[in-house]
Design a protein around this ligand. Structure first.
Ligand code: IZC
Ligand code: ZN
Length: 402
């Protein structure tokens, strides 16, 4: 990943491969890259022999709902019966059921639960990620979630970028008045900024949730307050959230499962990154996957993500998403590697510090139990990491059977 990025269109296919390479790390930073031959002259205090394995930048996970209470396994049966996601939400389930569990959960229990999922993400090779609030839909619980993310950042080796998603659904007591609810959420912007609890503001622009005009007004306020913008756009119904993301200069438009042709054209001719969540299409049993192939062919910058959340994509395994991206989005392995490193980093404002192995940058590196970069999307559903290095420190090593 030697391109500054975001990497767009056909450039996503140009992958630079070093054979028999060596990387020198000092104080957590990459200070040298060369051949294994040349490396023999280096004086080292610790040597990690990759033994001919694949070595890549640490994975960047650009879209998670990491902090939540409870779980929604009971909804699986509804999904199997074909009950649509938005109907479950309308009946007070889905997001709203996680909201109730998160409101009831203590700060400590949310922190402990999130740490568990975060550790699992680290074992899968993720070294930087984004985490959203959105399961409170009231001031106290939204702040509780954002403070959990802040504490995670302080306690855990992984770097986390925080997003305020108070506009995730309309709470029951605001059922008939989404505008009034959005007003309450927008009144939190100042204190979130003050406490440095989030860099981005996100909204679920969807049928039965927030309309494009409501989203536009809300996000414009957020932009005026200095937040970056993200939109859960065109996930279920093509309302035009993608077009809105481009119009407002959002750093990313996310989901894009049913983006219109015009939306694809606008995305391709913008600086907004498309964050595609094929695991959600898979998990909701959808036929329509985001037309990421057309988006890249039109010149867009694409990233992919697990959309880890308790209802519509319950997995931390970004490697599995790489396989689904290959099989269902028809992305090439080269495009997929750009989508889980440099482009994912740019989608969360970390394009200058994460997503590539570059002299002068943090040493966030993964050694894989794989002979080459093709292998990871090819062999699906398992964890291929051998060693995960964060800031130059080994934070995970695969243990053999005992
Ligand atoms: O269902 C959830 O909890 C997460 C989600 N929000 C919008 N789409 C999926
Ligand atoms: Zn999401």
């Amino acid at each position: 990943m030697d391109k500054k990025g975001p990497v767009k269109g056909t450039d996503m296919n140009a992958l630079t491969i070093w054979h028999d390479a060596a990387i020198g790390i000092r104080d957590g930073v990459v200070v040298w890259i060369g051949s294994s031959e040349e490396a023999t002259i280096l004086e080292t205090t610790q040597t990690i022999n990759a033994n001919g394995r694949l070595v890549t930048p640490g994975l960047v996970e650009p879209h998670t709902h990491l902090v939540f209470g409870g779980s929604r396994e009971k909804e699986l049966a509804l999904k199997q019966q074909g009950v649509p996601y938005l109907d479950i939400l309308k009946q007070g389930g889905g997001i709203l059921s996680t909201v109730r569990a998160t409101q009831e959960a203590s700060y400590e229990s949310l922190l402990e639960k999130a740490l568990f999922h975060l550790d699992r993400m680290a074992t899968y090779g993720i070294t930087t990620l984004e985490a959203k609030s959105g399961y409170g839909l009231d001031r106290d619980t939204e702040l509780k979630q954002l403070r959990v993310v802040k504490a995670l950042n302080e306690q855990h080796p992984l770097d986390i970028v925080s997003t305020f998603l108070g506009a995730h659904a309309i709470p029951v007591h605001y059922k008939g008045d989404p505008e009034a609810f959005l007003l309450e959420m927008s009144e939190m912007f100042d204190e979130i900024k003050q406490e440095n609890l989030a860099e981005f503001v996100d909204i679920f622009t969807e049928t039965g949730v927030f309309t494009v005009p409501q989203s536009r007004r809300y996000l414009k306020k957020a932009k005026e307050k200095g937040f970056g913008l993200k939109i859960h756009a065109d996930e279920i119904d093509p309302l035009g959230g993608t077009e809105l993301a481009v119009e407002l200069g959002a750093i990313s438009g996310d989901h894009l499962a049913v983006t219109s042709y015009e939306g694809i054209e606008k995305l391709a001719n913008s600086n907004t990154i498309g964050v595609i969540l094929p695991g959600t299409s898979f998990y909701l049993g959808k036929d329509d996957y985001a037309r990421a192939r057309e988006m890249i062919d039109a010149g867009a910058a694409i990233a992919i993500s697990t959309d880890f959340n308790p209802g519509s994509s319950v997995t931390e395994n970004l490697q599995l998403i790489m396989s689904i991206a290959a099989l269902k989005l028809k992305l090439s392995p080269e495009e997929i590697w750009h989508a889980v490193t440099v482009n994912a980093a740019h989608a969360i404002g970390r394009g200058d510090v994460a997503g590539s192995i570059t002299v002068g940058r943090k040493a966030d590196i993964v050694v894989w139990d794989a002979p080459n970069y093709l292998y990871i999307p090819y062999h699906y559903g398992v964890n291929h990491t051998n060693t995960v290095i964060k800031n130059g420190k080994v934070i995970y090593e695969r243990q053999g059977l005992r």
